[in-house]
Design a protein around this ligand. Structure first.
Ligand SMILES: CC(C)(COP(=O)(O)OP(=O)(O)OC[C@H]1O[C@@H](n2cnc3c(N)ncnc32)[C@H](O)[C@@H]1OP(=O)(O)O)[C@@H](O)C(=O)NCCC(=O)NCCS
Length: 194
């Protein structure tokens, strides 16, 4: 059984996140291919604090940091935000931690923060990621053809969306799936840092 949790970022994450983002195990799935410099990373990291449009959480498994999840473009006028995540260590993938993080952020955004909708963009080739969203109730709303240039080639991007009422309906199914994978009810139902 894996004990997973989400925590707020701290200063020690600055170097960790740059290393994770530069890792081929993560960068392969991101839009941009360029190598992120320390200066660019510092600007990004420093900008998180005090930015009400973005929230980040480090995903931990058995007490060790293993990935990052976030809400971005938080728009209170329209009640929506984008959601994303990665598990940096491929050895931790496929054990439910990504699903756990998805579950926790959906609860936080749609039930605690009161947003109406979450949406996400995923490379079409990244079927594990868009299927993970769909198993939590997201619907495929768009196919953006040739939307980004990845490895020098145009790549399609899938746009997915989830309404809060859809999450309320599918939440018990997603919760039971995680319980069947060994996640405990207290960890699933408890709050995450704001
Ligand atoms: C996408 C990602 C976050 C999923 O996290 P994870 O911990 O591996 O996912 P889980 O173990 O919770 O599995 C989620 C589902 O995907 C399935 N899955 C996981 N890895 C899989 C694989 N390699 N092949 C097929 N299915 C897979 C699981 O069976 C599970 O399905 P289920 O819920 O029906 O049982 C992770 O693979 C990752 O970090 N990928 C690289 C970064 C990335 O793509 N981020 C998203 C960019 S938009």
């Amino acid at each position: 059984m894996i004990r997973a949790s989400l925590r707020s970022l701290d200063e020690a994450d600055r170097a960790r996140l740059l290393a994770w983002r530069a890792s081929p195990h993560v960068s392969a799935f991101m839009y941009s291919d360029h190598r992120i410099s320390a200066e660019e990373h510092d600007r990004w990291f420093n900008g998180i604090a005090g930015d009400s449009r973005r929230r980040f959480w480090v995903i931990e498994a058995d007490g060790a940091p293993v990935g990052l999840t976030n809400l971005a473009d938080i728009d209170t006028t329209h009640g929506r935000a984008t959601i994303a995540r990665y598990i940096a260590d491929p050895a931790v993938r496929g054990r439910g931690v990504g699903g756990f993080a998805e579950f926790k952020v959906l609860d936080h955004a749609l039930l605690q923060m009161g947003l109406r909708k979450l949406w996400s963009e995923v490379l079409e080739t990244n079927a594990v990621a868009w299927r993970l969203h769909m198993s939590h109730g997201f619907q495929r709303e768009a196919l953006f053809r040739g939307h980004v240039v990845k490895n020098g080639q145009p790549a399609n991007v899938v746009g997915l969306g989830l309404l809060s009422e859809e999450w309320r309906m599918i939440r018990p199914v997603a919760r039971q799936r995680l319980i069947d994978k060994g996640y405990v009810a207290e960890a699933l139902d408890g709050p995450i840092p704001d």
